[in-house]
Each structure stands twice: as structure tokens, then as C-alpha cells.
Design a binder for this molecule. Structure first.
Ligand code: HEM
Length: 393
């Protein structure tokens, strides 16, 4: 059973510098007691070693019904819809994941490369037409991943306006809750319609691939489409925008990357580690008593796994707090670890490599159009990043 204890702290949220996780995270030690948003007391995990151990251990469940969030989250504790395998355990998760892995093939990813380059070029042209200053978030970082998901799923061109409008309303912070709900409903309805359309008119896309398996219900397939949109849109967008902010505020590192574009693969990996934008969202629940690091985690207790702290763990990374784009970073957990490790990671990498390389190549004098401290940070959101990023060239 979960318990309520007095004086157990909540998760540290306040950053003293925008690109570094709150310093108290490591001060709390590798495994410490934590009060979750609804008052439940569980655990906070900050070490790289424990993070990997927990995420690879079936005694820690990802099931949505058990989920507690360390920050306010309207979706915590919700029943998991069919197909939402990010919030399921084996064997349900295994089945969906296997079907999806068969769709994220090297061939399909390679096919997407020229389209991702084209989409990126179109947005660079849009920025030029607009002229400086431009807010990089709505003009570059958000639409590119959204259009890439459209390509992946096979959303027809004619529908993309509606699709982008709904997904941006759905992910918006500033809209009233009814509008957000309406947008969620609209995306769900759209996905269901897309499944039916692909059955009648197959294409060379992921939704068609799922339909042709004849193994999933329409509801499962539309929820999977929804999951891919939500998981792949804001994450990649925030990496593009926050990554650009990071480059522009670290001129020595920007110069390293500008001097040798072939470093972009390393740069993406290091930015993933250094920025770790999924900063609160990774949680698990113990389904039996487990001894961890000399402490007893009881069945039913939730764990918040701090991926940013794990990726800055000095026991795992030499000079963990230094950004080094020409290093060879390996073993970061920015995409998670274990059976839920990000399904879209190869696609995300391709988008980021093309996005950063093209942006820097096309705008050799790219710079912030405001003071760095005036860029609004998303510190209270499940995905870290910037709300807006005015740039000039
Ligand atoms: C830079 C961009 C991205 C980051 C940092 C990221 C991060 C993550 C993380 C940390 C997880 C693990 C969650 C957990 O264990 O609870 C995850 C899972 C997932 N991601 Fe990503 N992601 C990114 C892009 C994408 C893209 C582009 C897609 C799809 C097109 C995608 C689809 C998914 C899916 C479906 C899962 C659930 C996998 C499972 O449960 O088996 N992600 N991602």
C-alpha cells in the first residue's frame, strides 16, 4: 500500500541555470523519498545505474492505471486505451511493440530522409520570406515534426492544415481546457477516419501497414496513430528549439559544429544527453516489494525517474555538466531504456540531424533576437524546452 508521510519533499523544479537540471536532484542522493502531485509518497531516482536497472526490470510497471505523476498531470491514473502501449506492460506491450517495430523499418526511415529535407527546406524558405526576427518555435521547430508524422502515417496533403491546427491546439498551453479537449476529440476522430480511408485506398505508409496486418481493431490503430503524434511531435520540436538556443548561447560549441558539419550526429547525441527534455514524465510503479540500493521499495509505491539527473550523473559521465559536441557520448537515457525505449528514436535523430545542419548551413549568421534571459523556458511542462525563440540572421 502507498502511504502518506509528513515532510517528504516534492520534486525539485526550480532551475538556477536554464540548461541544467535543478541542483537539488543530485543532492537528494540516488534513491530518496518523494511526494507525488496527489500527495502519495514514493521515490525519486537520480542515478544512471538505478535508472537503467529499474527501466529494465518487469517488477516496475508502466501501466497507466497505476501511474502517479510527480507534477500536476491531468492524465495520471487514467485507464489506458487499447493500443496505448507506452502505458502497458508485457505481454500486451510486447504484442503492440512487435507490430510497430515491423513498421519502423530502415527502408521506411530511409524513404523519409528526402521528404524531411524537403520539409525542412520549405520552412527555411518560409523564414526567409518572413524576414528577421522570426520565432523559431512556430515557424520551424513545431511544424517540421508534425509534418514528418503526417508523412509517416500517410495523412493526405489536403488534411494537413486541419491536422496541424488540431495538434497545435491539443498541445497548447494557452487555450481553455474545453478547446484542448475538443482538439483531442478531433484528432481522435481524424485518426479513426484515416484508418478507414487507408483500408479503402492503401498507400505506402505506416497506417496502411497496420491496416494490412489484419491484427488490430480500428480503435487500436487510431490510438496508435494518436500516440505516435503525441510522442513524436512535441519532443522533437522542443529538441530542435532548445537545441538551437543551446548552440546560440554556447558560441564555442557552435563554432565547433560550424567548422565540421559531419559532427552533427555526435552533436545530436550530446544535445540529447545534455538537455534531456523528458524531464519529469518517466514514472513506474513497483508491483512487488523490491530491495533497491539497500532500501525497500514496497509494492504499490510509485517511482519518478529523473532522466536529466541520470544523464548528468558524474559516476557515469566524465565532466557530466559540460557540453562537448565533439565528444562521443554513449549510453545516455534521453530516449529511456528497456522495453519502452523510444520507438521513434531513429526518426527523431534523422529530423534533428537534418534540422540543425540545414539551419546552420542556411543561416551562417543565425543569432538570438532577444537577450538569452528573455527566452521563456518550459520549466513547468512535462517536456522541457522554450515557449518561443526569436532569432535573427
Ligand atoms: C527527440 C525526440 C524524442 C525524445 C527525447 C523521446 C523520448 C522518449 C522517451 C524518454 C520514451 C520512454 C518513455 C518511458 O519509458 O516511459 C519514449 C517512448 C516512446 N516514443 Fe519517443 N522521444 C522522441 C521522439 C519520438 C518520435 C519522433 C516518435 C514517433 C514518431 C516517438 C515515439 C515514441 C513511442 C511510441 C514511445 C513508447 C514506446 C514504448 O512504450 O514501447 N518518440 N520516447
Amino acid at each position: 500500500m502507498t502511504e502518506t508521510l509528513p515532510d517528504v519533499p516534492t520534486i525539485p523544479q526550480h532551475r538556477t541555470t536554464p540548461l541544467d537540471p535543478p541542483p537539488e536532484l543530485h543532492d537528494r542522493g540516488p534513491l530518496s523519498r518523494l511526494t507525488f502531485a496527489d500527495g502519495t509518497v514514493g521515490w525519486l531516482v537520480t542515478s544512471h545505474k538505478l535508472t537503467r536497472a529499474i527501466l529494465a526490470d518487469a517488477r516496475f510497471s508502466a501501466r497507466g492505471e497505476l501511474r502517479k505523476s510527480p507534477i500536476r498531470d491531468n492524465l495520471a491514473n487514467e485507464p489506458t486505451k487499447p493500443g496505448m502501449f507506452i502505458a502497458q506492460d508485457a505481454p500486451e506491450h510486447t504484442r503492440y511493440r512487435r507490430l510497430l517495430t515491423g513498421q519502423f523499418t530502415v527502408r521506411r526511415m530511409n524513404q523519409l530522409i528526402p521528404r524531411i529535407q524537403e520539409i525542412t527546406n520549405e520552412h527555411i524558405e518560409g523564414m526567409r520570406r518572413h524576414g528577421p526576427p522570426v520565432d523559431l518555435v512556430p515557424e520551424f521547430a513545431l511544424p517540421i515534426p508534425s509534418l514528418v508524422i503526417c508523412e509517416l502515417l500517410g495523412v493526405p496533403y489536403a488534411d494537413r492544415g486541419r491536422f496541424q491546427r488540431d495538434s497545435s491546439n491539443m498541445l497548447s498551453l494557452n487555450k481553455p481546457v474545453e478547446e484542448v479537449r475538443a482538439a483531442v476529440q478531433s484528432v481522435e476522430d481524424y485518426m479513426l477516419g484515416l484508418v478507414k480511408a487507408k483500408r479503402e485506398q492503401p498507400g505506402d505508409d505506416l497506417m496502411t501497414g497496420l491496416v494490412q496486418l489484419n491484427e488490430l481493431t480500428d480503435e487500436e490503430m487510431s490510438n496508435i496513430g494518436f500516440l505516435l503524434l503525441v510522442a513524436g511531435h512535441e519532443t522533437t520540436a522542443n529538441m530542435l528549439a532548445l537545441g538551437t538556443y543551446t548552440l546560440l548561447t554556447n558560441p564555442d560549441q557552435l563554432a565547433v559544429l560550424r567548422s565540421d558539419e559531419s559532427l552533427v550526429d555526435n552533436a545530436v547525441e550530446e544535445l540529447l544527453r545534455y538537455l534531456t527534455i523528458v524531464h519529469f514524465g518517466t514514472t513506474r510503479t513497483a508491483i512487488e516489494d523490491v530491495e533497491l540500493d539497500g532500501q525497500l521499495v514496497k509494492a504499490g509505491e510509485p517511482l519518478a525517474i529523473s532522466l536529466p539527473a541520470a544523464n548528468r550523473d558524474p559516476m557515469r559521465f566524465v565532466e557530466a555538466d559540460r557540453l562537448a559536441l565533439n565528444g562521443t557520448p554513449t549510453g545516455h537515457v534521453a530516449f529511456g531504456h528497456g522495453i519502452h525505449q523510444c520507438l521513434g528514436q531513429q526518426l527523431a535523430r534523422i529530423e534533428m540531424r537534418i534540422g540543425f545542419a540545414t539551419l546552420l548551413r542556411e543561416f551562417p549568421t543565425l543569432r538570438l533576437a532577444v537577450e538569452p534571459q528573455d527566452v521563456p523556458m518550459r520549466d513547468d511542462m512535462a517536456i522541457y524546452g522554450v515557449h518561443s525563440l526569436p532569432v535573427a540572421w
